[in-house]
Write a protein that binds this ligand. Structure first.
Ligand SMILES: NC(=O)c1ccc[n+]([C@@H]2O[C@H](COP(=O)([O-])OP(=O)(O)OC[C@H]3O[C@@H](n4cnc5c(N)ncnc54)[C@H](OP(=O)(O)O)[C@@H]3O)[C@@H](O)[C@H]2O)c1
Length: 230
C-alpha cells in the first residue's frame, strides 16, 4: 500500500546515458538488454495495474501484457492495463484495447469518446489532464494495491511532481542518443532552479546487462504540481 489510501506506485523506465527515453521525435528505442527485459516482466507480473499515457500508446503501441516466456514461467494473470487518455485520442486499433487483458481507460469530463465493450473507464476530473489523485483513489477502491507506471515522459513528470511515486527504478543503457527532440526521462514543466526539481534518494546501484540499474525513492517535491500543465 502506498500513502494515504492509494496503491503503492512503482515507476520504472529505461533511459540512455543522456537521459533519453526514445529516439528523435519519440521513435521507440530498445534500451534494455535481456536481463532488464526479464526484470520488467517480473515487475509487471507482480503489479495489479500498468499505467501509461496515450503518448506512449501512439508512439509504441505496447501490449502491456506479461511476456511469461521471458520468465520461464507458465502463463499467469495479466495485470490491468491503465491508459491515461484525457481527450479521447486512443486509437481504436491500439493493442491495449484488444481485449486480451483487462483494460481501464482513465479519461476526463472533457472527453466524449466511447471505448469498446469490456474496456472500463474512470472519469477522473474535468480535464484536459487526468486528475491522478482521483484516479488513484478510484483504483484503490477497486482493490488495486500495486501499480507500475511505465511512462512516458509526461506521465512520469505528472506522477513525480504530484508526489505520487513510492519507488523508482531506472535502467541506464550505455548509449548516447543526443539531439533536441528525443524525449528525456521527465517531460512536463521547465525547472528553473533547485526549487523546481524533483529530488530522489539513491537506494541501490547495480550492474545489469551492459548498463546499470538505479533504485531510488522520491525525497521531496517542490514547485507546483503539474496536474493541468504536464
Ligand atoms: N524508455 C522507456 O522506458 C519508455 C517507457 C514508456 C514510454 N517511452 C517513450 O515515451 C514517449 C512518450 O512520452 P510522452 O510524454 O509523449 O507521452 P506519455 O507520457 O505516454 O502520454 C502523455 C499523454 O497522456 C495524456 N495524459 C492525460 N492525463 C495526463 C496526466 N495527468 N499527466 C500526463 N499525461 C496525461 C495526455 O494526452 P491527452 O491530453 O490527449 O490526454 C498526454 O499528452 C515515447 O517516445 C515512448 O517511446 C519510453
Amino acid at each position: 500500500m502506498g500513502e494515504g489510501g492509494r496503491p503503492f506506485v512503482h515507476l520504472n523506465c529505461a533511459i540512455s546515458l543522456d537521459g533519453r527515453l526514445a529516439f528523435a521525435g519519440g521513435k521507440p528505442a530498445q534500451l534494455s538488454g535481456p536481463d532488464d527485459r526479464a526484470r520488467v516482466q517480473r515487475l509487471r507480473a507482480g503489479s495489479d495495474g500498468i499505467v501509461v499515457g496515450v503518448g506512449t500508446v501512439l508512439a509504441d503501441d505496447p501490449s502491456l501484457r506479461v511476456h511469461w516466456e521471458l520468465l520461464d514461467s507458465p502463463a499467469g494473470r495479466n495485470p490491468t492495463r491503465i491508459c491515461l487518455d484525457g481527450r479521447g485520442r486512443l486509437p481504436e486499433r491500439a493493442r491495449v484495447l484488444d481485449g486480451t487483458a483487462p483494460t481501464i481507460v482513465a479519461t476526463t469530463r472533457a472527453a466524449t469518446r466511447r471505448y469498446p465493450a469490456g474496456v472500463e473507464t474512470v472519469v477522473a476530473g474535468p480535464g484536459p489532464a487526468v486528475d491522478l489523485g482521483v484516479l488513484l483513489a478510484d483504483l484503490d477502491g477497486r482493490g488495486f494495491r500495486r501499480l507500475l507506471v511505465e511512462g512516458g515522459a509526461s506521465v512520469i513528470s505528472s506522477f513525480l511532481r504530484a508526489g505520487l511515486v513510492d519507488l523508482v527504478t531506472v535502467y541506464v543503457a550505455p548509449v548516447l542518443i543526443g539531439g533536441a527532440s528525443a524525449p528525456s526521462l521527465m517531460g512536463g514543466p521547465e525547472s528553473h532552479g533547485p526549487t523546481d526539481w524533483v529530488e530522489l534518494a539513491r537506494e541501490g546501484l547495480e550492474p545489469l546487462d551492459e548498463g546499470v540499474l538505479l533504485t531510488l525513492r522520491p525525497r521531496r517535491v517542490r514547485g507546483p504540481p503539474s496536474r493541468q500543465g504536464f
